[in-house]
Structure formats: C-alpha cells, structure tokens
Write a protein that binds this ligand. Structure first.
Ligand SMILES: Cc1cc2nc3c(=O)[nH]c(=O)nc-3n(C[C@H](O)[C@H](O)[C@H](O)COP(=O)(O)O)c2cc1C
Length: 378
C-alpha cells in the first residue's frame, strides 16, 4: 500500500472530525493575537444606572437572544460529536444563545451520521440554529438543483434559521486530503442566496475575512459575515498535529512557515465593517464578555466563541452553563461601567481608546468607520 493510500484510509472524514477535537484539546492551538488587547474601554466610576438596569438581550435573524453570543461551529458526525452537540444545544436553548453546528458534509454523505446533528433541533427547538456546509462542497457542485437540495437538506436536518458557508482555503491547502477547489465558489454562493429563503452567513475558520472578500460577499447579497479571524484557534496548528507522524520533515516546515498567515480578528472585523452593509459576527479568539463588548463597538452585531465551548462541553453541561454565566456577567459589568442600559446604547456611546499602532492601521487601510468611531469618543 502506498503512503498516499495509507493516509487516505486512515484519514477518513470520520477520523478527521475526532482528530480535530482531540488535537485542539491536548495541544495549545491558539495562535497569534486578536489585537483586541490593543483596545481599552474607558469606564465611568459614577454610572447613573444600577447593574440591574443593564439588558444584554438582542434580536438577531428573527430571534430574541439573551446576549449577542453564538456557540461557534464545532462538530458533528461521530459519537463524540453527538455528545458534544447535545450538551451545547441544551445550553443554547436554556441560555437563549445562538448555535452553529459543525460542517454537515459528513451527514449529507452518510445517513447514519445525521443523528449527531438532529440532536441540535431536538435539544434546542426554539433558539437560533445555524446549519453549516463548506466552500469546496459548494464550489464543486455543478448541478444547480443538487446544490440547492444539498443546502435545504442541511437546513432541514437541524431545523435551521440560517445557513453558514465556511470558507477555509488555507485549511484545505494544509489538509492531506484537502480540496482547494474554489473556482466556482462565489457564483454558487450567489445562486444559494437567490434560491433560498433563509439568511446566508459566510464565515472563515480562523484566518479572517478581508475587505476584498467582504466586497465580493456584499455584491452577491449575503446576509451576514462571521469574521473568524486570527488570534484564537489555528487550523495551521491543528492540521500540523494531525500529519506530524506521516509526512516528512521538509513538508512539516510548511506548517511553521504558513503559520504567519491570517488576519487578526480586530482588523478583519474593521475591514468587514467598512465594506459590508449586512450583519457582522465577530469571532476568532473571543474568550470573554469584555472581548465581546470591544467587538460590538467596532460594528459587530454578534460574537461567536468556538473552542472554549468544546473544552467545557467535555466537562459537562454544568461547566458550560458556568462559562456562559461568567461571560454574561463580564458583559453586563462592562455595560454598567459605561453607563449603557442596552446593547444599542453601548455600541453608540461607549468610550474607547486604541493603541497608536491600531490607529495607523485604520488610516493605512482606509477604515474610516472605525477611525471616526474612535475619534468621536469624549
Ligand atoms: C475542533 C474544531 C472543529 C471545527 N469545525 C468547524 C466546522 O466544521 N465548520 C466551521 O465552519 N468551523 C469549524 N471550526 C472553526 C470555528 O467555528 C471557529 O471559526 C474557529 O475555531 C475560531 O474560533 P475560536 O478561536 O473561538 O475557536 C472548528 C473549530 C474547532 C476548534
């Protein structure tokens, strides 16, 4: 058996799913910085409200949520995926958060893998649910009807309110069995946007969406962009651990050299804010309520957190609840300290400063909206 055959046999889509989970749990797979640490929220020591006056709720894609937070796309398709999705869906329903499932390709191709996704609609019947398919799947389908049917099937599987399409060109290049085939992607996404009634969200997986991409997505009428920038989970690191034992050293260096690629979450968010008129979800290395608050100021409507939810889910339902409680409390406190009774007020009125290096980047990249948001602070 050739090395290639050996690799393909062992790295089926099923083992890949659990490999990603295991690699991201046993290794440090965070890489780089989100740049959010270069943003400072200016607090008011004499707020004219009580903490109990603060309301963190938002309306997003037709659903009322307790705060602007989505449990980010993670998994599905395996026994482990089922266990994780069940816990996360229960938390999403109880805490009124949004939830996005992992890529459903595995379940679109294998009927027996569907249970691990269907559990989301069973455990979270009323809250915001987002289905998920990948760019290669979309780009490679040449038959229009089959493309639309595939999306409808993914949506139906979890009774989704929206469909996310993840763009992962670098990840596809790094995966041994990857499919870096994106030629028909934009025209096929446009077709999906025109054919489906549900909102279409386009997301990255940790390398960030630039204004170049945002411009193309705006043109074809995508509803929302999830930036998934650099500074949190890095698939360069995850994929490196997956292939470490089977490829030669020279090729392994590729993972180190390519690890500098990726747009920090703050920059990606600001680029998308400048260019994209639709809804924006900030993600990639978002870890606290304060991180969420900072992204709201720079145009985010929502934030998403992925890998920390995976870690907590493996410790059980209660641990995930506690994590959500902490994030909610952090966001509420920061709103209280900026005199903001609700999210709209906070977005509009909160005072911030950014380090000079960030201001320079705003100027160089022509990010006028973020620049004027910083300058209007009193
Ligand atoms: C184990 C694992 C599996 C993931 N699988 C998917 C996926 O199937 N589809 C997707 O759109 N994103 C996937 N992601 C990417 C996340 O949704 C998110 O964009 C990325 O991890 C950055 O967010 P974080 O720093 O909060 O983890 C996955 C992330 C992890 C850690």
């Amino acid at each position: 058996m050739s090395e290639r055959d050996h690799v393909e046999r062992n790295f089926t889509i099923f083992s890949r799913k659990d490999d990603h989970i295991i690699a991201s749990l046993i290794h440090n797979v965070d890489l780089g910085s989100t740049w959010l640490e270069k943003v400072y929220i200016i607090t008011d020591s004499a707020p004219e409200i009580d903490l109990s006056d603060v309301d963190t709720s938002v309306n997003f894609l037709g659903k009322k949520l307790s705060m602007p937070l989505i449990i980010g796309a993670l998994t599905g398709g395996t026994e482990l995926g089922l266990k994780i999705n069940k816990i996360l869906a229960r938390v999403a329903e109880k805490c009124r958060l949004g939830i996005c499932c992992g890529s459903q390709r595995i379940a679109l191709e294998n009927e027996f893998a569907r249970e691990s996704f269907k559990v989301i609609r069973e455990e979270a019947p009323t809250t915001l649910k987002i289905a998920n398919i990948g760019a290669p799947q979309v780009a490679l389908e040449r038959n229009e009807k089959k493309l639309v049917d595939m999306c409808l099937q993914a949506i139906d599987m979890i009774d989704a309110d929206a469909l996310a399409i993840h763009l992962n060109p670098l990840q596809e290049c790094l995966q041994y069995e990857g499919e870096p085939t994106f030629r028909n992607l934009i025209s096929n996404i446009e077709l999906i946007v025109k054919s489906l009634k549900v909102p279409i969200i386009v997301k990255e997986v940790g390398y960030g969406i630039s204004r170049i991409t945002a411009r193309k997505l705006a043109k074809i009428g995508v509803t929302a962009i999830e930036v998934a920038g650099r500074g949190g989970t890095s698939f360069t690191i995850i994929e490196k651990y997956r292939v470490k034992d089977i490829i030669d050293r020279e090729l392994l260096y590729l993972y180190d050299t390519l690890s500098e690629l990726g747009i920090p979450t703050l920059l990606s968010l600001c680029e998308v804010y400048e260019e994209f008129p639709g809804k924006i979800i900030a993600s990639g290395g978002i870890r606290t309520g304060i991180d969420i608050a900072k992204t709201l100021i720079f145009g985010a409507d929502m934030a998403a957190i992925a890998r920390p939810f995976l870690e907590k889910a493996l410790e059980g339902f209660e641990k995930v609840l506690k994590y959500v409680e902490r994030i909610s409390r952090e966001l509420r406190i920061v709103m209280f300290l900026t005199n903001s009774k609700n999210i709209e007020e906070f977005k509009r009125e909160a005072n911030i400063i950014v380090e000079p290096s960030i201001l320079e980047v705003f100027k160089i990249r022509g990010l006028t909206k973020c620049l004027s948001r910083v300058m209007k602070c009193t």
